[in-house]
Ligand binder design. Sequence first.
Ligand code: ZN
Length: 196
Amino acid sequence: MERDILEEMRRYGKFLENRGLNLSSHSGNMSVRRGNDLYIKRRGAMMGALKEQDIVKTGVDKDDSGVIIASTEVGVHRAIYQNTSALAVIHAHTPYAISLSLVREEIVPIDDEGKYHLRKVPILDIKESIGSKEVEKELPKVLQDYNAAVVKGHGTFAYGENLEEAYNWITVVESICKVIYLVENLGGDTVREGEW
Ligand SMILES: [Zn+2]
């Protein structure tokens, strides 16, 4: 195991946990691409306390080594790497994004920072939303235009050149959703359709 990958995954796993960006302790996943190698969180490993044995090495293209213990979402990660410029992917069960995706067709930022980063946050409505072939097929298409998207009722997927960039996108989307939630609960107007 490359030490730098392990250290990075540990760092961002802790950040996700500490900022409440991942609902339950052992959910979510992350991966890093190095050439044709794919390093991914082990299935059921605890996000906030990753150990060396919690990172599984497999291939970006089909390679069965490690797949049995790799994250249930390994196919989705592979599909993202195969269809985008991603070098790192983070998926988290983000409470505000999940909640908003269940009551909105699309999420349009209303705060200035959110608007600066994203015109909108795409929501994918997929029946079988966890580790399915449909997510593998549909999600990378959306991620060709956006660095982050929300799978309805399931969570946020984000990618970048490294884990820091992917993590940043996770936080940007969650912040956008949190502000909408807060403003709505204060009785404010959160639907500004046609503004873009
Ligand atoms: Zn998930």
